[in-house]
Ligand binder design. Structure first.
Ligand SMILES: Nc1ncnc2c1ncn2[C@@H]1O[C@H](COP(=O)(O)OP(=O)(O)OP(=O)(O)O)[C@@H](O)[C@H]1O
Ligand SMILES: [Mg+2]
Length: 367
C-alpha cells in the first residue's frame, strides 16, 4: 500500500501543497521550522483521523485561516482509495472515503496502517510506566478485539475498588465481602490481560533484538523484561496479601495497572546507562518490531514515517536503518532531515526508488 499524492490546504504552516510521492522512499529536507514534521503529521492524520501531536483539532488549522483540508490518493491492495478530511473552525470534521462520509471514525482506523517514529518516542524510555503499558496495549489491541474490552472493564473495576477503599477509610469501617466483588472482576480481566501481555512480549523480544543487532552491527546486547506482580504469585493471593497496605494508602497497589517493561543494555537499565544514540537505536528497534506486528496483523506493509531519524545516530547506524527499511519487507517510507549531505551518500548506494523534496516555509518542491 502507498500514498500516491497528497493535497494540503492550511494545515499548520502548510498553506497550499500538492505532491506526488515515490512508492518507496521519500525524503523531506529543510531547516528547523520549515514544515517537515507537519507534512508527516498530515499523512498520519489521513490514517488515524487525528494529528499525532495535537489532540485539539482546531490547533491544526493555519493561524491565519478558518479551515484546513487534506486529500490523499492511495493504492491499497490493487484498488484506489481517496481519503479526505476537512475541518472548519467551530465545526465538526468531515472524514471521507471515496467521497462517502464516515459515520464513525473508528471504521477508518486500520484501513491505512502506519507506524511513526518520532523524537517524542523517547518517553517510552524516560517517561513513566504508563507510557510503556500504553505501547503494549496499543499494539495488542490492534490484533485482539477482546483485549481493549478487558482493559476497559479492568479499569472500571479498579476505579470502583479504589473508591470503596476511600469510602472505608472516611467512614471508618471495612467490609471484605464488598471488596471481594471488585477483586473477582480484577482477577478475571487482569489474568486475561496478563496472559496477552506475556504472549506479546515473548514474541516482541526476538524481533526487537534482531533489529537492534542489525542496526548496531551486533556490538551491543539488549533485552527487555516484562515486570508484573502476577509472575510472582496468583493475582487473588497478591490482592489478599496487600489488603492492609491498600487500606492504608486507599488505592489498589498491586495488579496489571502497575506492569512495566524494563529495558536493558548489557546488564544495566538503558534509562540510566544508555548513551543517547543507544537509546535512539533501542527506540527505533522497538518501533520496527511494532511495524512487523502491524504488518502481520493487517496483511499490508504499513507506511513508515521516520521523523528526525538522523538525530543522535552515527553514520553507520543511519545507513543500517535506511538499508533495512528500503528492503522488501518494508513498503513506503517518509523521512525528514535538516541536512542533505547525510542522505546523498547513503542513497547513492541504494537501489530503491526514491524522491527528495525541499521544504521551506511550508512550501514543498521536488529536488
Ligand atoms: N496552526 C498553525 N498555524 C501556523 N503555523 C503553525 C501551526 N502549527 C504549527 N505551526 C508552525 O509550523 C512550523 C513548522 O513546524 P515543523 O514541526 O513541521 O518544522 P520542522 O521542519 O519539522 O522543523 P525541525 O527540523 O525543527 O523539526 C513551526 O514554526 C510551527 O510554529
Ligand atoms: Mg520536525
Amino acid at each position: 500500500m502507498h500514498i500516491e499524492e497528497i493535497s494540503i490546504l492550511n494545515y499548520k504552516n502548510i498553506n497550499e501543497v500538492k505532491v506526488d510521492f515515490s512508492p518507496k522512499l521519500n525524503c523531506f529536507i529543510g531547516n528547523n521550522g520549515a514544515g517537515k514534521t507537519n507534512l508527516l503529521d498530515a499523512i498520519y492524520y489521513l490514517s488515524f483521523c487525528k494529528s499525532f501531536f495535537n489532540s485539539i483539532d482546531q490547533l491544526n488549522i493555519n493561524h491565519e485561516e478558518s479551515f484546513f483540508m487534506l486529500n490523499g490518493n492511495y493504492k491499497r491492495l490493487d484498488s484506489d482509495e481517496t481519503i479526505s478530511v476537512g475541518l472548519k473552525k467551530g465545526q465538526k470534521k468531515q472524514f471521507k472515503r471515496n467521497s462517502k462520509v464516515y459515520k464513525k471514525l473508528v471504521e477508518h482506523i486500520g484501513l491505512l496502517p502506519l507506524v511513526m517514529i518520532t523524537p517524542s518516542d523517547v518517553n517510552l524510555i524516560l517517561g513513566g510506566s504508563d507510557e510503556r503499558r500504553k505501547f503494549m496495549d496499543g499494539v495488542i489491541s490492534q490484533y485482539n478485539q477482546n483485549y481493549l474490552d478487558d482493559l476497559l472493564k479492568y479499569n472500571r473495576a479498579l476505579l470502583q475498588r479504589n473508591n470503596l477503599l476511600k469510602q472505608f477509610a472516611s467512614q471508618r469501617f471495612f467490609d471484605a465481602e464488598l471488596l471481594s466483588v471488585w477483586d473477582m472482576q480484577l482477577v478475571e480481566y487482569g489474568n486475561r490481560i496478563h496472559e496477552k501481555r506475556t504472549e506479546f512480549v515473548e514474541k516482541l523480544i526476538p524481533v526487537f533484538q534482531r533489529y537492534y543487532s542489525f542496526i548496531s552491527q551486533g556490538n551491543e546486547k539488549v533485552s527487555l523484561v516484562h515486570q508484573s506482580s502476577l509472575y510472582d504469585n496468583s493475582f487473588e493471593e497478591t490482592l489478599t496479601d496487600s489488603i492492609q497496605k491498600d487500606r492504608a494508602v486507599q488505592y489498589t497497589t498491586q495488579g496489571i495497572h502497575k506492569d512495566d517493561l524494563v529495558y536493558y543494555i548489557g546488564d544495566y537499565p538503558i534509562k540510566k546507562m544508555g548513551s543517547q544514540g543507544q537509546k535512539k537505536t533501542y527506540l527505533v528497534a522497538l518501533k520496527l518490531a511494532q511495524f512487523d506486528f502491524v504488518k502481520e496483523i493487517s496483511g499490508i506493509k504499513p507506511i513508515l514515517l521516520l521523523d528526525d531519524i538522523f538525530d543522535k545516530l552515527d553514520h553507520q547506524r543511519v545507513e543500517k536503518i535506511v538499508k533495512v527499511v528500503s528492503g522488501e519487507q518494508f513498503g513506503q517510507i517518509f523521512l525528514t532531515d535538516t541536512n542533505r549531505e547525510h542522505l546523498d551518500s547513503i542513497i547513492e548506494r541504494m537501489s530503491a526508488d526514491f524522491r527528495i523534496f525541499n521544504v521551506d516555509s511550508g512550501k514543498v518542491e521536488v529536488v
